[in-house]
Design a protein around this ligand. Structure first.
Ligand code: ADP
Ligand code: GLC
Length: 492
């Protein structure tokens, strides 16, 4: 199996996709799948690579692609790697998708077109390697053209699986990019890569892939509705028999409060009182009053519409009228960042905002907070609520996507049967969020119930073991389909 991805944590990461791309192939290998990764050779990632070996020195493709090289390499803690070396595409400072000013790279169609194109080469009869994947597993729009290229590639060909981590990101480019990407004219149709007059990488993936998955069962249903399908809902309904939802896992070695080297004090379910040393350290760090009784709310998030941080911003004045502290770590839309900076300025003794990306502080906030807040408008899966439950920090979440699938609302019934793990609200409004935070604050007054709630979350199995099995079953189903009599055998 070849996992094709634009992100790989910690070397190239803008969000949860980076974490998933690093951890899933490792879990697949543990369950017996020969999973390997294909990623662009970004400078930061390249610098960490060991044992590089050239595999193909001069890859030329139709269209406007610069020549590229394919190498094998190793990175600690992840699956064997193929990297695409193409300095004009990848060797530059800045992020995976954007420059330092937050502007999309103008040649993203070529940067990720090349990723998709090389993936299809490795899954076709023209591969330069002596290893061919049964399945090319494409993650998000940057890998979305791989199933399209595969469709036009020489057989035998790999099967393809398109995983949607976020349907709002669709890789849309003007029609003229078709020839730059070396795709044949007939691909530009509604039965192809065309999407409302433009070319969409995600649309292509959904159309051409043999199977489609997304990262939670609820989001798999939601993207088939006009509200959350972002325009892809019609096509997704059409492909519904081939669409499934598989919840993400988390890397339980990186995210483990018992061994986390980034914490002021490590702890586990048997030593939960040690957690508070982390709270005291964070309170001191931000110049807050240092004491246990005051509730500390935590947020780690991209600061964008999707995450509903504007809803939280609305209610800060009301929250701050009570003894409550709030720590926010995030970066994203400049306007929303400004709102949060102003709140931190105004409520200096109770609200601390760190604008930026800080992996170490993310771990500290998960451990130090009493309550984690994640009021997303939509959330395909969400990893932070899983981290927070594992760290004994019950989350307040909106009932959407993977949040609905992973957090069980705390009430008398769920406390009694031991399933309660957090606080769930429904309407995307400040009032509904406020109601859920109030319930969490009230629940904290009953220390025995609160401890039970924390332990319920800490004991849940969020590891990759079960999800990796589900992916492996999907791959095996695809392979069986290909080899069944009457199926489209790879030798077609
Ligand atoms: P999304 O991928 O939509 O941003 P997820 O919850 O799936 O949301 O994953 C977010 C990941 O990015 C988590 O690993 C989280 O810890 C991390 N993260 C998000 N913002 C920051 C930040 N400002 N600093 C450090 N880590 C962050
Ligand atoms: C996307 C989604 C997030 C999900 C992550 C990994 O970034 O926004 O909900 O957890 O991908 O699948």
């Amino acid at each position: 199996m070849l996992c094709v991805t634009p992100e790989l944590a910690p070397w190239a990461k803008s969000g949860g996709l980076g974490d998933v791309s690093a951890a899933l192939p490792v879990a697949l290998r543990a369950s017996g799948v020969d999973a390997r990764l294909l990623v662009p050779a970004y400078p930061g990632l390249r610098a960490a690579c060991k044992n590089e070996r050239p595999l193909a020195d001069d890859l030329h493709f139709d269209g406007d692609f610069a020549p590229a090289r394919l190498l094998s390499a190793e990175l600690p803690g992840t699956a064997p790697l193929f990297i695409i070396d193409c300095p004009p595409c990848y060797e530059r400072p800045g992020g995976v998708y954007q420059d330092g000013q937050g502007r999309d790279w103008p040649d993203n169609h070529l940067r990720f077109g090349l990723l998709s194109r090389v993936a299809a080469l490795l899954g076709s009869a023209d591969t330069p390697l002596d290893w061919m994947p049964d399945v090319v597993h494409c993650h998000d729009w940057p890998a979305g053209l791989a199933p399209a290229y595969l469709n036009f590639a020489r057989a035998p060909r790999s099967a393809s699986l398109m995983t949607i981590h976020n349907a709002a990101f669709q890789g849309i480019f003007p029609p003229a990019t078709l020839s730059a990407l070396g795709l044949p004219p007939q691909a530009f149709s509604s039965e192809g890569v065309e999407y409302y007059g433009n070319l969409s990488f995600l649309k292509a993936g959904i159309h051409y892939a043999d199977r489609i998955s997304t990262v939670s069962p609820t989001y798999a249903r939601e993207i088939q509705t006009p509200e959350l399908g972002c325009g892809m809902d019609g096509l997704l309904r059409h492909r519904s028999p081939h669409l499934s939802g598989i919840l993400n896992g988390i890397d339980t070695t990186v995210w483990d409060p018992a061994t986390d080297p980034l914490l002021a004090q490590r702890y586990d379910a048997a030593h939960l009182t040690r957690k508070r040393a982390n709270k005291f350290a964070l309170q001191a760090r931000f110049g807050f009053e240092v004491y246990e009784e005051i509730p500390l709310l935590g947020v780690v998030s991209r600061v964008v519409q999707q995450k509903g941080l504007d809803l939280l911003a609305q209610i800060v004045p009301r929250l701050a009228a009570h003894p409550v502290q709030l720590v926010v770590l995030g970066a994203g839309e400049p306007e929303l960042e400004r709102v949060w900076r102003a709140l931190a300025e105004k409520y200096r003794r109770q609200v601390a905002v760190t604008i930026g990306y800080d992996e170490a502080l993310a771990h500290v906030v998960e451990a130090a907070a009493d309550i984690f807040v994640m009021p997303s408008r939509f959330e395909p899966c969400g990893l932070n609520q899983l981290y927070s439950m594992r760290y004994g920090t019950p989350p307040v979440v909106r009932a959407t996507g993977g949040l609905a699938d992973t957090v069980t609302d705390c009430n008398a019934h769920t406390l009694a049967d031991g399933t309660a793990t957090g606080f769930v609200f429904h309407e995307p409004t400040g009032a509904a969020l406020h109601g859920a935070i109030d319930r969490a604050l009230a629940a904290r007054n009953d220390s025995a119930a609160w401890r039970a709630l924390q332990l319920n979350g800490m004991r849940r199995d969020f590891s990759w073991q079960a999800p990796a099995r589900r992916y492996a079953e999907l791959y095996y189903a695809l392979i069986a389909e290909r080899t069944a009599p009457g199926g489209s055998s790879p030798a077609d």
